[in-house]
Design a binder for this molecule. Structure first.
Ligand SMILES: NC(=O)C1=CN([C@@H]2O[C@H](COP(=O)(O)OP(=O)(O)OC[C@H]3O[C@@H](n4cnc5c(N)ncnc54)[C@H](O)[C@@H]3O)[C@@H](O)[C@H]2O)[C@@H](O)CC1
Ligand SMILES: [K+]
Length: 493
């Protein structure tokens, strides 16, 4: 963000104080659009950095809108930044009440029925809050007032999880617990971690006019997957094509009692646009597959794995000796990238000697527990993300670490986070749908990297469409499959 701010200031006719004014206006406009969250009173806590400067500018703008505003400035024993000082002077010309909180002084008396605007610290946070700052954060969290944090909840470092949490549930980085976080221009990694979500509340990104040319001038090593990116990947289906042009996929999936997972993966695979699908599944379960998905074929004997354009392993497979033998055969024969999920990953975590046989650019789709089995336990989510990125580089795998903002770590070091999807998808079977989708996209002809980005996006959007039809509680994994077509149509020109 710092580089983006600096680029904007040197390439656009805009100064840093005007960017701060844009930021404050964007916040106040958002509050106004939300009926000022039904309050006439605002208590604003400011540090003396630029986050505090935002808070002072917001105080002035709210005062101009006839809101009752009180401002508390936490004294850090050093002068404020230049833009903070400018906004302090501007605020002195208004009716707004300003008080200073000194080290060792009393805690403030605040309007009991106000919103708190939290502008103590933003992206400058470099260490856990201690002393007066920690006490004030605790005071805000216990006040009973709803909190709107500016840019980040104060105390939360921009790039990390606030955890680990101690036995009393307190995080390593004491942080304000916001109901709403209004963050500027782009996601900071901290806003993506599940364990920070209880502290960020609902996150809204506000455009403050940073230069769009900056994004074109750099290739960041961490980027969001959005509709524009997904639209740029999708390839049209030739009107002259036949089923052979769209690839034959193989799914090594299913075991007694877990054939549902195989069916879900199979349906999603065909919905991804591939031409043909064959299952390698137990003979005893034949009737389930052939009636559940008549469009697919079934193989129960020896497979010539290299015949298939893509291979997905794991959904419902189990960890039996037979499953392990099958996967070992696949690893000995196949030299092209595959998709590995669920029990295939669990077996891989135990059979460590297999790991060197996994072809480069194979996609692994662990959820956090599966990932920890594979790579060792992480103390918090940011460590797990770093560990996934390191493993992707060292093993040359594509790692899709599933979560609310799924991480996609590429072998070249670049990583992406997904911005589609919702909590309705947190249900058994949705991972099987993703595996099928990815396997289908690779068979369809997408490179594993493109399939990973497109597949994760489509999966999330299909989940969004399913949630809008069935509500957040009632979506089934099968409903996600039924919406894959809508997700495709949304990004197809
Ligand atoms: N042009 C810009 O740079 C813009 C910046 N904006 C705001 O500026 C913020 C960043 O401002 P700053 O870089 O001044 O940083 P902050 O205001 O976040 O923090 C101020 C200072 O506090 C100190 N600090 C860090 N951790 C601490 C801790 N645990 N205890 C006590 N002190 C601590 C550091 O010295 C830090 O520089 C953004 O989050 C955003 O709100 C916006 O006004 C938009 C434009
Ligand atoms: K803040």
């Amino acid at each position: 963000m710092r580089d983006w701010d600096a680029f904007t200031i040197s390439n656009l006719p805009i100064s840093s104080i005007d960017l701060m004014e844009n930021a404050a206006r964007a916040c106040v406009t958002w509050l106004e659009d939300h009926e000022f969250l039904y309050s006439e009173k605002f208590t604003i806590f400011c540090g003396k950095g630029n986050n505090g400067g935002d808070g002072l500018a917001i105080a002035r703008l709210l005062g101009e809108r006839n809101k009752k505003v009180q401002v508390f400035i936490l004294e850090f024993g050093q002068p404020g930044t230049a833009d903070f000082q400018t906004n302090l002077q501007r605020l002195h010309g208004s009716e707004v009440d300003i008080q200073y909180l000194q080290e060792g002084g009393d805690l403030p008396e605040i309007f009991p029925d106000s919103w708190i605007i939290d502008a103590l610290l933003g992206t400058g946070t470099s260490r856990p809050a201690t002393g007066r700052l920690e006490i004030l954060i605790d005071f805000i969290n216990r006040s009973g007032c709803p909190v709107c944090s500016i840019d980040l909840p104060s105390g939360m470092p921009a790039d990390f999880s606030i955890g680990p949490f101690n036995s009393e549930g307190q995080p390593y980085f004491p942080s304000v617990r916001a109901k709403v976080t209004l963050s500027f221009q782009s996601y900071k990694p901290a806003l993506l971690f599940a364990e920070n979500a209880a502290y960020t509340g609902l996150v809204h990104l506000l455009d403050i006019g940073l230069s769009s040319a900056f994004l074109k001038s750099t290739d960041p090593d961490f980027e969001g997957v959005d509709q524009e990116m997904a639209s740029g990947i999708i390839e049209p289906r030739s009107p002259f094509a036949h089923k052979g042009n769209f690839g034959h996929a193989l799914l090594i999936a299913g075991s007694v009692g877990k054939m549902g997972a195989a069916l879900l993966a199979g349906k999603a695979c065909l919905r991804a646009g591939c031409g043909l699908l064959t299952f390698q599944s137990p003979e005893t379960e034949r009737s389930i597959l052939q009636t559940g998905l008549p469009e697919a074929m079934l193989l129960t004997g020896h497979i010539d794995a290299n015949y298939y354009r893509s291979i997905g392993c794991g959904p419902g497979l189990g960890q039996s000796a037979a499953a392990a033998t099958l996967l070992e055969q696949i690893l000995n024969e196949v030299k092209r990238p595959m998709v590995w999920d669920a029990d295939a990953i669990n077996l891989l975590a135990v059979q460590t000697e297999w790991q060197k046989k996994i072809p480069p650019f194979t996609i692994l789709t662990p959820h956090p527990k599966e990932f920890d089995r594979l790579a060792g336990i992480s103390i918090n989510e940011s460590e797990r993300w770093n560990s996934a990125r390191a493993l992707a580089i060292s093993k040359q795998w594509i790692i899709i670490l599933k979560g609310h903002h799924t991480l996609i770590a590429m072998p070249g070091g670049k990583a992406y986070f997904n911005t589609s999807g919702n909590a309705a998808m947190a249900k058994g079977g949705s991972g099987d749908v993703l595996t099928g989708l990815l396997t289908g996209l690779i068979a369809r002809g997408y490179t594993p990297e493109k399939a990973a980005l497109l597949g994760v996006w489509l999966h999330g959007r299909a989940g969004d469409f399913a949630a809008s039809e069935w509500g957040m509680e009632s979506v089934l994994a099968g409903d996600i499959i039924d919406q894959i077509g809508n997700a495709f149509m949304e990004i197809s020109s």
